[in-house]
Design a protein around this ligand. Structure first.
Ligand code: NAD
Length: 337
């Protein structure tokens, strides 16, 4: 079976998901939507995607700009099996009823609330729960990062409690309107939403999170302390993550001492858009003291959720019921690990 995929919202996440889906042999992109005739609309056509207008009233603007569109969102949904909703945070919820009415499955992103559907997805930790479902949500970039490193430790060693701080980028690199420019902004609501969000994909994990936004656009950085269920060693935890897909190591000793060098490394890898889909853990920043694990990880917010959307499609259409098989297939197609 080849799953027919619509992408609604062709921005930071949507354009990456479109490219990632187009590289798989068991799914195809039926079209992408834009609201306005921007350069991204032209780029989508240049890449060979069919373009649809998300706002019907704006169709004449595309015609004026000489950009060919195939129809509106409803036309795209009619020919698709699933829609990946990559509209800006909190906008997707308004589309759920339309997707249901049109009989298409749907995947939302981390900017939407878990409660909207009551289901969320992470390929490593709860793929099975999403097999065959009609609607779900891929958790946010930060929650994806927490799930990728904490889930294997929780299954192999056991975790009693996690305390984590998310040091978050201000805006994405392409966003010139948002800050902070010269401030550090704490999230005063404690716990921040990340801890509760992780519980939607790792049942029973006990985690409290705090968050601050800082003047950078490159990546998020997490500082994490986990109380393990038994004493362990740095070597044991390191070996777990060595075997975990989409987790990669860097080393301060080798000159990667900040997110700036990680993104330079990503550029050196010559991947699409210099993305770093893996969660990046500092190997020489992992410390286990008796039953306490301490580590730092960096999250490329623009790209870590992209392969998750591909695996989510596979789960929803039961293309494989083995999450590791899906992860491996996606990774191979995208050149990850
Ligand atoms: P974005 O603003 O970069 O892209 C959103 C796109 O949707 C834009 O192209 C915009 O023009 C378009 N759009 C606006 N209104 C629309 C409508 N009514 N119908 C169709 N398209 C519309 O946003 P993004 O960063 O790609 O975020 C998308 C989702 O992914 C959000 O839920 C966000 O929380 C989540 N997410 C973002 C990041 C990140 O760091 N950028 C990481 C993980 C998850």
């Amino acid at each position: 079976m080849t799953v027919k995929v619509a992408i609604n919202g062709y921005g930071t996440i949507g354009k990456r998901v479109a490219d990632a889906v187009s590289r798989q042999d068991d799914m195809e992109v039926m079209g992408v939507t834009k609201t306005r005739p921007t350069y991204e609309a032209k780029m989508a056509i240049g890449k060979g995607f069919d373009l649809y207008c998300a706002v019907t009233d704006n169709i004449p603007k595309f015609k004026e700009a000489g950009i060919e569109i195939k129809g509106n969102l409803i036309d795209l949904l009619k020919i698709s099996d699933v829609v990946v909703d990559c509209t800006p945070g909190k906008m997707g919820a308004a589309n759920l009823d339309l997707y249901k009415k049109m009989g298409v499955k749907s995947i939302f992103q981390g900017g939407e609330k878990h409660e909207m559907i009551g289901r969320s997805f992470n390929a490593l930790s709860n793929y099975t729960e999403n097999i065959g479902v009609d609607h779900t949500r891929v958790v946010s970039c930060n929650t994806t990062g927490l799930a990728r490193t904490l889930y294997p430790v929780s299954t192999e060693i056991g975790i009693e409690k996690v305390y984590a701080t998310m040091i978050r980028r201000g805006p994405d690199p392409n966003n010139s309107k948002k800050g902070p420019v010269n401030a550090i902004v704490p999230v005063l609501k404690v716990p921040s939403h990340h801890g509760p969000d992780l519980k939607t994909v790792i049942e029973g994990i006990d985690i409290d999170t705090m968050a601050v936004a800082v003047p950078t656009t490159l990546m998020h950085l997490h500082t994490i302390v986990a109380k393990l269920s038994r004493p362990s060693t740095t070597e044991e935890v390191t070996s777990i993550w060595e075997r975990t897909p989409r987790v990669t190591f860097v080393s301060g000793g080798e000159g990667i001492t900040s997110t700036a060098q990680i993104m330079e490394m990503a550029r050196d890898l010559i991947r699409d858009r210099s993305d770093m889909n893996e969660i990046v853990v500092w190997k020489d920043g992992i410390h286990v003291v008796d039953d306490h694990l301490y580590y730092y990880q960096a999250i490329h917010q623009e790209s870590d959720v992209v392969p998750e959307n591909v695996d989510c499609i596979r789960a929803m259409f039961s293309l494989t019921e083995d999450n590791m098989a899906s992860i491996e297939k996606t990774n191979k197609a995208l050149g990850i690990n």
